[in-house]
Write a protein that binds this ligand. Structure first.
Ligand SMILES: [Zn+2]
Length: 334
């Protein structure tokens, strides 16, 4: 699998980026792939080569808006023991904090603010699961509730999220009223980092639990039902938010890395059906009660068991794996 990580570079490359644009325009106009032809522009020839390779052959490219500086693998020095990457043509050394499990760096793109590092990460072959863990992301108070129907165990993950969100939202409001907009942005960034960390922890916990139990993961296919979300009002880690997509995205790529199968199931009645007898029960806020068999449970736990036991007839093939700049790496197939 190819993952792309971004790192902030804190350098001004506006001159080089402007030249890169000129090189791309030249490449489109004259369809040349030789960096000698664009020597007069004055961009490093290894970078020019990469840009020409991309644009000169692209028959659909007519106009370019922004061009990143593309650095080929041969011009990158990787020092794993120091966890640094040196981009030789730009004389730029960066520390990386992403996992060191990649095989190699494919290439690096440098933009105005960020460096995008594309790496190849080994994928494990998908394991045929013995059973499934149900993961409910549409809960009343947690980020995720996971169930193992084989043992009856329930994990409630990420209770702090709502509290964190409200605290930061409050802080932002106060600062906004005082007109401190720079501070507002800082607070927002801090919240994003906290949520991302939390999403990383939760997704790892779920995928690693599944891997160590030889289990697959079942989740609801929540596409298209966002407006009828179960608990829009009570919980703001909502299905609309980037944090939700980020978590789902992390779950999917981490599962692929460990060979854990994910199935998406039809979300209808996962919160109303009784997980013990299958009949329609009564849901009242956090509480679930079944008038047929007498089963009483927390509503989220009941739903998580239903999800685990419902067979997956909907696969995730049509799912979109790129969610913009969420801070999580982007996935592309090799
Ligand atoms: Zn029942």
């Amino acid at each position: 699998m190819i993952l792309t990580y971004k790192i902030k570079h804190n350098r001004d490359f506006s001159d080089e980026l402007a030249k890169a644009k000129q090189v791309a325009e030249y490449g489109i106009k004259y369809r040349t792939r030789s960096s000698k032809d664009v020597k007069h522009i004055g961009l490093n020839s290894a970078i020019s080569n990469q840009i020409l390779k991309k644009y000169a052959n692209d028959k659909t490219a007519k106009k370019v808006t922004s061009v990143k500086l593309t650095i080929p693998n041969q011009k990158i020095e990787l020092r794993r023991n120091e966890r640094t990457i040196r981009i030789i043509p730009l004389n730029l050394t960066l520390k990386y904090h992403f996992p060191d499990n990649f095989e190699k760096i494919n290439q690096i793109e440098v933009g105005e603010k960020y460096v995008y590092v594309s790496v190849t990460v080994p994928e494990r072959e998908q394991i045929e699961p013995d059973n499934y863990l149900g993961v409910d992301l549409n809960t009343t108070g947690h980020i995720a509730v996971m169930s193992n129907p084989k043992t009856g165990k329930i994990w409630k993950l990420g209770k702090k999220a709502l509290h964190t969100h409200l605290k930061y939202k409050n802080n932002r409001k106060k600062l906004q009223l005082k007109g401190k907009y720079k501070k507002v942005k800082q607070v927002k960034d801090r919240e994003s980092r906290i949520v991302r960390d939390l999403n990383h922890k939760i997704s790892s916990k779920i995928v690693e639990t599944a891997a160590s139990n030889n289990s697959g993961i079942r989740m609801e296919n929540l596409k298209g039902i966002r407006d009828s979300a179960r608990c829009k009002k009570s919980f703001k880690y909502s299905l609309h938010s980037w944090s939700f997509y980020q978590l789902q995205f992390m779950l999917e790529y981490k599962a692929r890395l460990l060979g854990v199968k994910i199935e998406f199931i039809n979300p209808e009645y996962t919160s109303q059906d009784c997980s013990r007898c299958g009949y329609l029960g009564i849901r009242n806020g956090d509480a679930f009660e079944c008038p047929h068999c007498g089963h009483v449970d927390h509503a989220d736990a009941n739903a998580a068991f239903n999800i685990a036991m419902r067979s997956g007839d909907q696969c995730g093939a049509d799912r979109d794996a790129s969610y913009g700049s969420t801070g999580a790496p982007q996935v592309a197939t090799v």
